[in-house]
Design a protein around this ligand. Structure first.
Ligand SMILES: [Zn+2]
Length: 667
């Protein structure tokens, strides 16, 4: 059933015969303790004898948050504590794009390693730094120009690896091209080939560094990124990885991407893909090949550790803290910190930050000044985040201890019993029980009810929605079904701005004299997305029948204006693109097309309003506002330019009020 490995008895054996300080062995992973249900392993890095015990959960962090190490709001505090505690951390190296860092400042940052930059503030950091390539950052934003950062389209994989090397990550992941759900097969194949080619190049480059390039400061450990559209698909990919890289590096890891969109929606698919990866590793390499699951954290991690996944990363801990959500230890219930009476947690954070103090700080109005407690709010946001991360880590630590005690089945049963009502866990548990009969029997004795394999429900239509924003154009409306039930439409990343233009002869429908422009959404047709549904419902409630005088024009980040009648066009349904604030050329294109549209149809509208809260889309609308008289951008005052502001009642109210001005009646 299980076997104790020799090397498990003396974990220090590998480096023991070389005098410390002089050895220059290359980084390697080995299994310390293996069972048929999970394993405990150790990654030994080439610098300063740094080590990492697996299974492990990395917090996702940002360190390029401004012009110096002094800025970054919440990050300043989070980095300080993680570094002082030597916590292993993961960062994707393109995160500076989220902080509006310009090329000149990035160049300054690149002169020293991350550790050197932060040494003065946070002390010596000897935890493990994992630098991901940030491939997903480029996913929906083709055409983003990164030249000012020394990243050129033709050499992007090399350029990004150089960036990872400059910051001296102990672990680096090769640049990959994630697969969004339902991506058309030929595009998925091309992207997988490209990801693999990048991995091969990175392996060659790092192997070269290892062999006597004495100028090299450190040689990081490589994780090659793996993608696939099914368990079998990704297994084939892994086989290719070992064929092409196996002899280049004695040990390297596999980092599995494209999982985030599946998480919570179809967790059995997450299990299936990761299991495909584990099964495809050649037997002789299994002991020395760690597997990382990108973007997976929380209650799913013990199940994945059970099938042999070694590491995970979490950014959830930050997201929950932003909404002042406190994750309760032992239950993982999400509580609103302002509504809590007491904290029942003895972690290092909760000992240092009394609940009353946190609540007092958040009752203060000021945002960028010291609160009445003498500290900034961002320090408390950081505290909540760190506590939340601690809770996530505990879950995995318990599982690691169970594996080490050769008690994985019991450890996992305890975990599943505790969280059996959690949505995501049910389909993952069902998947596992189907493969593992012993576990299935054990679970039926403990669980209230064994989860059945869940069948994904087809996308729901919202009747109000269809009525308010018709999905079809002209007289074809009754013939064209928008969504073929049970058969998801594939998407394509190959669309360019040329694939959709409003036809020359287009006329806005009669009787719709109020133009409302709102940004596009990931979900297609747009009308079924959360943002569009919320606006539609709000307008319907406010105006009743009168809402029909409103003409919705979606601002597509790729195409510019898309009148509601075109929402079901193939090019509009199948593209996927996200407009980023850095993409100046695309922002200009969208604005010009929008202004052209307004000028051409000037006589049709008595009122033109744009409603947007995220930065890039607001920028388009402010260009329109500057160059087209009468265009109104809402909300006027915005504390933070981000999507969450979109849903604020106060902002939606200003929209309703602005529309009411033009004689449209509130019901
Ligand atoms: Zn705590």
């Amino acid at each position: 059933m299980h076997q104790q490995k020799d090397k498990g008895i003396n974990p220090c054996k590998a480096g023991a015969d070389t005098p410390s300080g002089t050895e220059n062995h290359s980084a390697t992973y080995h299994t310390l303790f293996e069972t048929s249900h999970g394993r405990v392993g150790e990654l030994r890095l080439s610098t300063n004898n740094r080590k990492l015990l697996t299974p492990v959960l990395f917090p996702v962090i940002n360190f390029l948050t401004g012009t110096s190490t002094r800025g970054g709001g919440i990050w300043k505090y989070i980095l300080h504590i993680f570094m002082q505690r030597q916590t292993p951390m993961l960062s994707q190296v393109l995160h500076f794009l989220d902080f509006n860092l310009i090329g000149k400042y990035l160049a300054k940052w690149r002169k020293k390693s991350m550790r050197e930059h932060y040494r003065e503030r946070n002390g010596e950091y000897e935890g493990v730094l994992f630098l991901d390539s940030g491939g997903f950052k480029l996913l929906y934003s083709t055409g983003l120009d990164l030249k000012e950062f020394g990243i050129h389209k033709e050499t992007e994989a090399d350029d990004i690896l150089d960036l990872q090397l400059d910051f001296e990550g102990d672990i680096v992941a090769s640049l990959d091209y994630p697969l969004p759900p339902n991506l058309a097969r030929p595009e998925a194949v091309a992207r997988m080939e490209q990801s693999l080619a990048n991995a091969v190049r990175a392996a060659e480059k790092l192997a070269g560094r290892d062999n006597g390039d004495s100028a090299a400061r450190t040689t990081p450990y490589l994780y090659t990124c793996c993608h696939g559209q099914s368990g079998e698909d990704i297994a084939n990919y892994v086989t290719d990885v070992f064929e092409r890289i196996g002899d280049k590096l004695p040990s390297f890891g596999l980092a599995v991407g494209s999982l985030v969109p599946l998480r919570g929606r179809d967790d059995s698919a997450v299990m299936e893909r990761l299991n495909g990866v584990v099964q495809a590793i050649p037997d002789a390499r299994r002991d020395t090949t760690p597997v990382h699951a990108f973007g997976v954290s929380g209650t799913l991690t013990p199940l994945l550790a059970y099938i042999g996944i070694d590491s995970f990363d979490s950014s959830a801990y930050i997201q929950t803290s932003r909404s002042l959500t406190y994750v309760q230890p032992r239950t993982s219930k999400k509580l609103k910190i302002m509504e809590m009476d007491a904290i029942d947690c003895d972690c290092y954070i909760c000992k240092a930050f009394p609940l009353q103090e946190i609540q007092q700080a958040f009752m203060d109005k000021q945002s960028y000044k010291v609160t009445s407690t003498g500290k900034f709010k961002s320090e408390y946001y950081a505290a909540i985040a760190l506590h939340n991360f601690h809770v996530e880590t505990e879950m995995l630590t318990d599982m690691r201890e169970a594996i080490q005690a050769d008690d994985a089945v019991e450890g996992l049963t305890r975990h599943i019993a505790k969280y059996q009502r959690t949505r995501g866990l049910q389909s993952a548990t069902a998947w596992l029980a189907e493969k593992d009969n012993a576990l299935a029997i054990r679970l039926t004795r403990t669980l209230i009810q064994m989860p059945m394999k869940m069948v994904a429900e087809p996308a729901q239509r919202n009747p109000n929605q269809l009525e308010l924003f018709p999905l079809t154009y002209g007289d074809t409306s009754s013939e064209t079904p928008i969504i073929r039930e049970g058969e998801p439409q594939t998407i394509s990343l190959a669309y360019t701005p040329d694939n959709f233009r409003i036809p020359e002869e287009y006329q806005p429908p009669a009787g719709k004299e109020i133009l409302l422009a709102i940004p596009c959404a990931g979900k297609k047709p747009y009308s079924l997305s959360r943002t569009h549904t919320i606006v539609a419902n709000r307008l319907q409630t406010a105006f009743g029948e009168e809402h029909q005088r409103i003409h919705k024009i979606t601002l597509s980040g790729l195409y510019g204006p898309v009148p509601e009648e075109f929402e079901s066009e193939e090019a509009v349904i199948r593209y996927d693109f996200q407009l980023l604030p850095q993409n100046a050329a695309q922002i200009q294109l969208c604005a010009s097309r929008f202004i052209d549209y307004l000028q051409k149809n000037r006589d049709n509208y008595t009122l033109t309003i744009g409603y947007a809260t995220s930065k890039a889309y607001r920028e388009v609308f402010s260009l329109v506002e500057k160059r087209y008289t009468g265009f109104i951008l809402l909300p006027k005052e915005l504390k933070q330019k981000r999507l969450s502001e979109f849903f604020r009642h106060a902002h939606l109210d200003t929209l309703v009020n602005a529309l009411s001005v033009e004689g449209i009646m509130q019901s």
